[in-house]
Ligand binder design. Structure first.
Ligand SMILES: [Zn+2]
Length: 454
């Protein structure tokens, strides 16, 4: 049995990997400069020529060059000038694009980041396949694929690597009524579930009601859940694994790059980068506020900049994603032999709240709340009485208490949660309880906020 999906590309020493990377980086930069007016303008704007990049340190000094809003602007310009939506950063002839997928698109112009030439599509399948393998998928598996069809990033593009690996994809949209999904799963007998954590939770609750049997009867033993935080929260992970009698792994796809996946280590270790030859993410870390480089060492927290390697159509260069991550350079216990870092997702910069000037991510708040399961159900909302990010203290949190918790026990429980928030994040909070399931269950993305000022 193979140890990894691609033994030749993944099992390298760090030195070998860096050599390949630097060579590919220089080639990619020259290519972008020569092929795209957008990148020429950008590089000239910060005063560097691709030839100037001789070492990794040279590259790190260059500031971010692009973000989501600029990507949209670049697209608007190409629509206006050339009648295509891919953006001025398109580096190949238009007719070479054979896959065009958008992300989300609920607000503003959708971005066409998931648009590929044949070469880029093969590269995508290859990078994602490495992550799928690491999270335990094998040829012959049967995947119940249950994302909201309209849900942006998780669109059909994450299915193609399954076929590429020889895996059956049983595709049913998460909008389908849950009874239909259960019926479909009962006849197709998948052994893997790919969905959001919210959907998996909905299935845990619905399956016994519909069939009279525990959800473990379904035979799903591998959980690849993504699109929301959750796997890093031990209590949520435990509940999932116990109910399905399986293992949960997550994987994260960042704007068509950032190939990585969690591993089979007992304790959650974050996501291993599996394709150092295809893109740069955690090694190009900046302070999100000052935009200055942060030294990449074990435990460092910052915003990772994305740079594509070996991408032909729409390469991203120094792309500022808006995600704060924590990077681990020490190896974990799983014996994955690749030289990449591990990454924990801390939160979206846009979601960061400031309580009396102290920054806190909603995920951190959820982390505190869920550590009180089973005295709470784990469902919660942060109540915003004024537009984010500045919150007038205390931070108000609505929490579902657990079934069987007596009203008389609630004040003490609230106090404990509030104290833990203060201890861990130096944030003053106020907990308000509602009964179990009062916040409802959704099969799409669970909201973190309740915006009362609207
Ligand atoms: Zn590992």
């Amino acid at each position: 049995m193979k140890r990894v999906w691609n033994e030749k590309k993944e099992i390298l020493s760090r030195e070998e990997a860096e050599k390949i990377r630097l060579r590919r980086l220089r080639k990619q930069l020259k290519y972008c400069y020569a092929r795209s007016e957008f990148y020429k303008r950008k590089f000239d704007g910060v005063g560097f020529q691709p030839e100037d990049i001789r070492t990794w340190e040279d590259y790190r000094k260059i500031p971010p060059l692009m973000d989501k809003e600029e990507e949209r602007q670049s697209q608007r310009e190409s629509i206006e000038r050339f009648g295509h939506p891919f953006g001025m950063h398109l580096c190949c002839p238009l007719e070479k694009i054979v896959v065009a997928k958008t992300t989300g698109g609920t607000t503003g112009l959708p971005t066409f980041s998931y648009s590929f030439t044949q070469h880029d599509f093969d590269r995508w399948n290859e990078g994602i396949a490495r992550g799928y393998w690491l999270s335990g998928l094998r040829p012959g598996d049967r995947v119940l694929f249950c994302f909201p069809l309209s849900g942006g990033w998780a669109g059909s593009i994450v299915k193609s690597p399954l076929q590429y690996m020889g895996i059956l994809c049983l595709d049913i949209g998460a909008e389908t009524p849950i009874e239909k999904i259960v019926e479909y799963a009962n006849v197709t007998r998948p052994n893997v579930l790919m969905s959001t954590p919210s959907f998996a939770e909905a299935l845990i609750e619905a399956y016994p009601k519909l069939t009279g049997k525990p959800v473990a009867e379904l035979g799903i033993r591998k959980l690849l859940l993504s699109g929301e935080p959750g796997v890093a929260i031990p209590s949520i992970r435990k509940r999932m694994e116990e109910n399905f009698d399986g293992r949960w792994n997550d994987y994260l796809m960042i704007n068509s790059e950032g190939f990585c996946s969690s591993c089979t280590a007992k304790e959650y270790q974050g996501l291993h980068e599996v394709a150092l030859d295809l893109s740069i993410w955690s090694d190009d870390l900046i302070d999100p506020d000052t935009r200055k480089p942060i030294e990449v060492k074990n435990g460092a927290i910052g915003e990772g900049l994305i740079t594509s390697l070996d991408r032909e159509g729409l390469p991203l260069i120094k792309y500022k994603l808006g995600d704060v991550i924590q990077v681990f350079t020490k190896s974990c216990g799983c014996k994955y032999p690749g030289p990449g870092n591990r990454i924990k997702h801390i939160g979206r910069l846009n979601d960061r709240l400031f309580v009396e000037g102290v920054g806190v991510f909603p995920i951190a708040v959820r982390d505190v709340v869920t550590s009180f399961i089973p005295r709470v159900t784990g469902a919660m909302r942060i109540i915003l009485t004024e537009p984010a990010p500045n919150v007038f203290p205390p931070l108000k949190v609505k929490v579902e208490h657990g079934p069987g918790v007596e009203p008389g026990q609630l004040p003490e429980l609230a106090k404990e949660i509030e104290e833990r928030m203060l201890q861990l994040y130096r944030v003053r909070s106020k907990v308000e309880f509602v009964p179990p399931e009062a916040l409802g269950r959704v099969t799409k993305k669970t909201p973190l906020f309740e915006e009362r000022y609207r």
